[in-house]
Design a protein around this ligand. Sequence first.
Ligand code: FNR
Length: 184
Amino acid sequence: MSVRVALIVGSLREGSYSRAVALALKDLAAPGLELVPVEIGDLPLYNPDLETDQPPAPWRRFRAEVSATEAVLFVTPEYNRSIPGALKNALDVGSRPYGHSVWQGKPAAIVSVSPGVIGAFGANHHLRQPLVFLNMPVMQQPEAYVGNVEALLDDEGRLTNEGTRDFLKTFADAFADWIDKTRG
Ligand code: FNR
């Protein structure tokens, strides 16, 4: 039976390299791991005053989509050695109302992506901090820091580098095992 996994991209940019890597992962993942893109770009900034009996429609859409999955795969760039604000906002929106977090207990994995050489290490590890509080067991190994990403893509933005594709396949397979393990 296949496991539905929310695929959340931290970049809102149309030509996003992170999205290119996320789409490659979606193609590479074994049939048992169904990666379902969940968009974050339309979410109003989290404000508890909007948490009425009729919260903003994009919040409701987002919460319902994540709730319909069993695990979460984050693919994110690094902004100023941390995660983009849009991604932090999505974490906040999904975490409320108190006691109804859509993240609760869901296994997670992180792929960070950058044109730079450090592979967005800072974003990868900053993201781990809120995931502790959100009680999401995060896969520890293998770690995925995709650096020099522009050199790995073709002119259409497809991930063509064989070594990276092999690595991401290994990563996706390890995540499937991790989800199995955490579900007991
Ligand atoms: C960046 N970029 C960047 N890159 C990096 O490796 N470390 C960093 O700290 C930052 N900081 C940063 C801040 C802001 C505000 C922007 C807009 C960009 C560069 C970033 O990696 C690059 O723009 C990527 O292309 C962003 O990923 P996507 O949108 O291609 O997925």
